[in-house]
Unconditional design. Structure first.
Lengths: 170, 272
């Protein structure tokens, strides 16, 4: 088997947690391969947790983990830099009917940009695409009483917990 | 500033102040920096500038995808070159493994069968890395959690052949050897048989965890007695190559690392 064919087949195995790869010892093949598939999931999941703490609070840990797993399987990171993972997670959740919060997409964009600004420092502007302009970050919170709605209160409380606090200068 | 010898430490930002404080009693001779923590251009780079005033560096990465079949990532290479040009490490290293395929990243150090065509592939890729960087590059043996039935040689035979064909030296992780011997039943003596004096440039000393009967290379605990023993045998065989303590998870306080560095130093003095 060529190096590339081997790698395609093995990667699929760990990405989807399938056990169909002949490894030794044969009687432990499943548990040995699962070390790699768990690690694959965990590495991506851990960074999503770090980037989206507020989103996780809203969705609840179980739901957050469920959506992360689906997102990770469908979209493994395409950058060597794990810190750049998750930019599309907001759009992924936005397309899911089960997610009820209208403002979630904006919140997730904010969390991602917040993370990226800290991590990338002066290089931040380079990765802000027209899809996620900073000036366009706002919340679709209930119009009638925006600052008193439970969602608005929760967002504010959670945002205050976000660290590190940074200043975004233009 | 560029002499790397004796005991080093794999740097974690938690220990930044201790490393710079004049009251710290035990300090490493040199530092190993994780390249992949400095791919951005943010605050962490300032830490490196402070450390560079006092310590010689080597850089260690996980993202080159040495055994990968995708072309090397141009942006990653560019960033590494920028880092190396600013901080002038004595050498840089990465792992003998693959990490991604067709752009999709595993963020893990994935294994491969020890076959002739993989050896040929490894030789080509390391030559390419040597061409791209024009500075010393060394390769680390990784831990693995299973074997492939179609391997044609042992891990250490593969490593020895690779070194011979590329003049690339080894970053010998003695904990990874112990993990593989334990998980795969590899023959420890073969490592001493095949690894020669001029093949090793650096050693990693780290801890592992036990899950059932499998050892997992967690780098989250002290170096165990068996690994110290392997380390002692290697430095007796290959000479006092520089070694660093590598502790990545559940990072302890600086005193704990000092203890590990003192143990390593005692092996070099031969009074352990
Ligand atoms: Fe290592």
């Amino acid at each position: 088997m060529s190096v590339k064919d081997f790698q395609r087949k093995y990667f699929d195995c760990i990405r989807y947690g399938s056990k169909e790869f002949r490894v030794l010892p044969l009687e432990e093949a499943e548990s040995r391969l699962s070390i790699y598939s768990h690690q694959f999931l965990f590495n991506h999941y851990e960074i999503l947790q770090k980037i989206f703490p507020v989103t996780q609070k809203f969705l609840g840990s179980e739901n957050f983990r469920f959506f992360c797993k689906e997102y990770i399987e469908a979209f493994p990171n395409q950058s060597i830099d794990l810190h750049l993972y998750g930019q599309g997670f907001g759009g992924f959740l936005d397309a899911r009917d089960e997610v009820e919060y209208d403002f979630l997409r904006d919140l997730m964009d904010l969390e991602w940009n917040f993370h990226a600004a800290y991590y990338l420092g002066s290089d931040f502007k380079k990765i802000i695409t027209s899809e996620f302009p900073l000036y366009d970050l706002y919340f679709h919170i209930k119009e009638e009483s925006p600052l008193e709605s439970p969602e608005a209160q929760s967002v504010m409380i959670c945002l205050k917990e976000l660290k590190p606090v940074i200043e975004l200068s233009s | 500033m560029n002499s790397i010898s004796g005991v080093g430490l794999s740097y974690r930002s938690q220990h930044h102040k201790s490393l710079l404080s004049s009251s710290t009693q035990v300090k490493p001779n040199w530092l190993e920096l994780l390249t992949d923590n400095y791919l951005g251009y943010g605050l962490p780079n300032q830490n490196l500038r402070e450390l560079a005033l006092y310590y010689p560096f080597v850089f260690h990465g996980v993202g080159l995808n040495v055994m990968g079949s995708d072309p090397f990532d141009k942006k990653y290479i560019k960033r590494l070159k920028e880092l190396f040009s600013e901080f002038k490490p004595a050498w840089f290293s990465d792992h003998l493994c693959w990490t991604s395929i067709e752009g999709a990243q595993s963020h893990d150090l994935l294994p491969f069968p020890f076959q002739e065509n993989f050896l040929e592939h490894a030789v080509q890729r390391i030559h390419k890395i040597q061409d791209l960087f024009q500075m010393p590059f060394i390769i680390e043996n990784v831990s693995a959690y299973h074997e492939f039935p179609d391997s044609q040689m042992s891990e250490v035979q593969f490593l020895a052949e690779l070194c011979k064909k590329t003049s690339c030296k080894l970053l010998l992780d003695v904990n990874n050897i112990f993990v593989n011997v334990s998980n795969q039943g590899y023959d420890l003596e073969q490592y001493f048989e095949y690894i020669d004096t001029d093949m090793v440039a650096q050693i990693h000393l780290g801890g592992h965890a036990k899950e059932g009967k499998i050892l997992i290379d967690t780098h989250g605990s002290k170096v165990c007695d068996e690994v110290w023993e392997i380390f002692e045998r290697f430095i007796k065989k290959v000479g006092p190559v520089p070694a660093c303590i590598e502790w990545d998870n559940d990072i302890p306080d600086y005193d704990t690392l000092s203890g590990e560095m003192l143990i390593a130093a005692s092996y070099y003095r031969g009074d352990k």
